[in-house]
Design a protein around this ligand. Sequence first.
Ligand SMILES: [Zn+2]
Length: 272
Amino acid sequence: MPPKKPASAKKKNTAGARSAGRQHTAGKAKSTPSSTRPASKKTPSRKTTRANKPSRAKETAARKAVIATALKMSTTGLSPGRSGNVSCRWGDGMLITPTGMAYEELKPADVVFVDGDGSFSRKGRKPSSEWRFHLAALHARPDMGAIIHTHSLHATVLACAHKPIPAFHYMIAVAGGIDIPIIPYAPFGTEELAELVAKGLVQRSALLMANHGQIALGKDLTSALELAEEVEVLAEQYYKVLTLGKPKLLGSDAMSDVLERFKGYGQNAQSK
Ligand SMILES: [Zn+2]
């Protein structure tokens, strides 16, 4: 099929990966000028101003989409015990599922806006305890717009065994490389975990998180959820292949060929 060009990262009004220790200059998107508030050394200015804040109707639609995605994640069994969380890029920050609420009870107003500098209103719901790594991931990947994090069964089994998923199947390329790597353990909710996630996601669109679960990126919520589902399928397949003995892995030439074929047309394929 003819490859579609992935959206250019240049279009996004996104600044640097603060949590990944990288600092960028704020983007210069035409319709979304960045704030002129002076930036401190540690916290670059990322406040969403009236000028770059999308309309209320669009925001409500985006909040509903976050809820619908969380519900789908739950009903498909991808997030046992409501373990997962969902976010999408919004203005200079993100919209993310709140902490401690059943997805079935969520109303659009319960979805939390976290600004690009990590600030959020103290009046409304609190964001998921994992908001730091969601925000760090969005900063690290300006070409991506949504994040799914789950403790899906087989991905978590492999993550707890500290087993990355190698090229046992060509579809591993959906995560943008020759494997789905695993990042070291760090406690949930910490800046340390956010930094590990952001660093890992520079090279891949999905990762296993040691003793924790998985994270998947997409240009939008639908593609992020699809990738999370694909990671879970690959994890289950790999787990089963391991029970038969040592898997026969695809070599680097075969995977380079697959990655070349994936480039450009998959929503989650690497664009560089
Ligand atoms: Zn988690």
